[in-house]
Design a protein around this ligand. Sequence first.
Ligand code: SAM
Ligand code: DTB
Ligand code: SF4
Length: 340
Amino acid sequence: MKKTWTLEDTKSLFDKPFFDLIFEAQKKHRENFDPNKIQISTLLSIKTGSCPEDCKYCPQSARYKTGIKKQSLLELKQILKSAKNAKESGSTRFCMGAAWKNPSEKDMPYLEKIVKEVKKMGMETCMTLGSINNAQAKRLFNAGLDFYNHNLDTSENFYKHVITTRTYQERLTTLKIVRDAGMKLCSGGIIGLGENIQDRMKLLMQLSNLPKQPESVPINMLIKIKGTPMENNLNVEPFDFIRVIAATRIMLPKSYIRLSAGRTDMNDQTQAMCFMAGANSIFYGCKLLTSNNPEKESDLRLFKKLNLSPNYNQTNTTRENNLNLKNTKFNQEQYYNAGI
Ligand code: SAM
Ligand code: DTB
Ligand code: SF4
């Protein structure tokens, strides 16, 4: 039977001596995953900026002057070109994000078309479009959408300090709608919003106590965007972040935990500790939605140092097709050392 995490249980995890916590997380990780494999996803913003929501961390909210370049829905050709690049550079999942409160009915046929075409390329598909209703979720599922991403972001209590235009309950409802439509769920949060440790515990309790745990759990470290109300937030202490990853691994043992936004502010050692604590997925490619992500070459170098190799999905045929190292300077050496 699925364990229900209480605040007391969760607190006892966070209170553990650091190495005891990491050891327990790594044990859990090894029971459920190959510790030397990593899942690779690539992000593309298919509609950028002018979002009516007020998420205080977000560069894309129309309420803050962040200077990002707005872009209406991208053309199919451009989306497929990015998906092809992502596939050729080793990504197995293509995640498309739109700066919307929710998708409009008039865009649904086009969104279905996008999903069908990306799916045809042999990649897993993921979208994050804000709140969706039952009919929209079913349509996206029928078009071939594998995952839907919608984050809880933080604890229910702290949420009101972050977003006022969408309720926490609406978020939970969207997660249920995604599940009811038959899709896999990607849901996580952000560390560094100004939340306290108990808010972090409560976010993880919400995620782990869902009727079915999300298959993917992105843990973002706040990227402090100039012009947003959170631009001067305090930095997250790396060891506190690693603790959150470890607790996530223990509380959601079978989920892929994605080390998401904020990796450009983490050194190799912090990222390695996150992998040790149970993170086993990243966004790959030099851009997230609008913000920078590490360069591919720097990630490949890190994989090499840590002997990490990509976790290919079953539908892909050749490894060469997936990890096109021809484009990287250290092609042969990487290829040899990663044992690919
Ligand atoms: N508009 C849709 C929504 O909010 O559901 C989809 C895109 S939205 C940008 C996806 C997620 O990105 C947010 O839920 C948040 O967790 C994350 N995010 C946005 N800005 C961020 C930032 N500055 N730092 C870290 N994570 C961020
Ligand atoms: C998630 O949890 N993080 C990604 C993805 N899901 C959509 C987005 C991170 C966005 C970081 C800020 C930006 O690039 O605009
Ligand atoms: Fe809009 Fe999503 Fe950004 Fe919130 S997180 S402002 S909903 S794009």
